[in-house]
Design a binder for this molecule. Structure first.
Ligand SMILES: [Zn+2]
Length: 435
């Protein structure tokens, strides 16, 4: 008797296992398809998704026999999940009170905010982001929570806490009273000299970061006078790049001023963020070295606009915001014309999370063709992340990160500000057919 029960149980178990292991097949009919493998738009295409992977892209509307779900996007333009290379999911600028969080917020406060903003980001069609700087490694925890399915958000590649020099843009104690300032070191992302630079990179590896972010020049929003001065010596930059590369990590560089950019590019960094005062020399150097430019026009416009409001920024920040903010869009236009590699990035957290796609319009307004703007947020971002084998296009073998908008975004790029369909990792997380 017990033997019969045992074999029944074994049969049931094997049935259950077979069912759960059997691939779910989803069929998507795409009215227009931007695969991002090239610049073409294909009409009436079928995408087959098994579990979390795109297995086939077919011409015409087809429905295989084993398909368990049909998603009709025949009125839509379908494209790969969008990718933003510069976000700060733990923060969102809300005027003067923002600066108080440095003395009010604990780790968990940042983490809950980050979970909220991550969800908004995903619902806006951004299925992958780089998070370039947090406070207490909370975006490492958030990335892990999303990956194990207990939080909703994009794929996150995080730097954890950025690395700065003493008093530099990402020194977290700038502007505090002396007893709160303390003397932060490599663990908190503040370094001086080659040994500390290496230690800070290794600490981030240990903390679970995916890549490294440094602030190579002053910045707009930190409580410090200069937004452009170089803040690392060349030997420190080289130490950071060499150490990061030893651990398989790339290096993203916040920079506004020219000298800081030149030193960083020569040291072999992977991307320049903002790049406000980039001139022809810098652009030539970037092309020579294959360095990406992540423009963040949206953040520039946001701070330029807010600098007009009395009291929005501390007095020391306001002139920097007014001077640097409006320049980024023109810098982007020149860099694009010069042939610098562009990867889409917004610095969201300065502007509101979920508004990321507004960057597309700002790129197209100054001369980038809409298809190039879309490739900058799919194909080229995957290149910067070194994930072209899994992300960045709709083709067989890629992970099923797929978004769609009604109408033709190549005729009106601002349609991307209203993404109606979002699939991440083969799961539909948004399908709003009402608008
Ligand atoms: Zn930033």
């Amino acid at each position: 008797m017990s033997r019969i029960i045992m074999s029944c149980c074994a049969l049931l178990l094997s049935l259950l296992l077979t069912t759960s292991l059997h691939a779910e097949t989803t069929t998507i009919h795409a009215g227009k398809l931007i695969t991002a493998t090239d610049k073409n738009v294909r009409e009436q295409m079928t995408i087959i998704v098994k579990d979390n992977t795109i297995t086939q892209v077919l011409s015409g509307f087809q429905t295989p026999e084993d398909s368990s779900m049909l998603i009709d996007l025949s009125d839509y333009t379908v494209m790969p999940g969008l990718m933003d290379m510069h976000t700060h999911l733990s923060y969102q600028h809300g005027g003067p009170s923002t600066y108080m969080k440095r003395v009010q917020y604990n780790e968990a406060d940042y983490a809950f905010d980050a979970a909220h903003y991550a969800q908004k980001t995903l619902m806006a069609g951004f299925t992958t982001v780089r998070n370039l700087g947090d406070s207490f490694n909370e975006t490492v925890a958030l990335r892990n929570a999303i990956n194990r399915g207990v939080a909703v958000g994009p794929r996150i590649f995080t730097t954890a806490k950025s690395i700065a020099t003493t008093g530099g843009h990402a020194d977290p104690t700038n502007g505090l009273t002396k007893h709160l300032m303390g003397n932060p070191g490599p663990d908190a992302g503040v370094v001086n000299g080659v040994a500390q630079a290496r230690q800070a990179v290794r600490q981030r590896y240990k903390d679970g970061a995916d890549l490294i972010k440094i602030t190579a020049t002053g910045g707009v929003l930190s409580v410090a006078k200069n937004g452009q001065n170089p803040q690392f010596m060349s030997d420190e930059l080289t130490a950071i790049v060499e150490t990061a590369n030893d651990y398989g990590m790339t290096v993203a560089v916040h920079a506004h001023g020219k000298e800081g950019m030149v030193r960083a590019i020569k040291a072999g960094v992977d991307s320049i963020e903002h790049g406000t005062y980039m001139d022809d020399t810098v652009m030539d150097l970037m092309k020579e070295n294959g360095t990406f430019y992540v423009p963040t026009i949206l953040a520039g416009n946001f701070v330029a606009e807010k600098a007009k409001i009395d009291g929005f920024f501390p007095a020391i920040v306001r002139p920097k915001a007014a001077a640097i903010g409006p320049l980024i869009q023109q810098t982007f236009a020149r860099a694009y014309q010069a042939g610098v590699k562009i990867a889409f990035g917004t610095d969201s957290g300065v502007s509101a999370h979920g508004d990321n796609a507004q960057e597309f319009g700002l790129m197209v307004d100054v001369g980038m063709p809409p298809i190039e703007a879309i490739l900058s947020a799919t194909k080229h971002t995957a290149e910067l992340l070194n994930v072209t084998d899994t992300l960045g296009s709709i083709s067989a073998g890629k992970l099923a990160d797929i978004v769609a908008v009604k109408g033709d975004p190549l005729a009106n790029i601002r349609l991307l500000e209203n993404v109606q369909f979002v699939m991440k990792d083969g799961a539909v997380v948004k399908h709003d057919s009402t608008n």
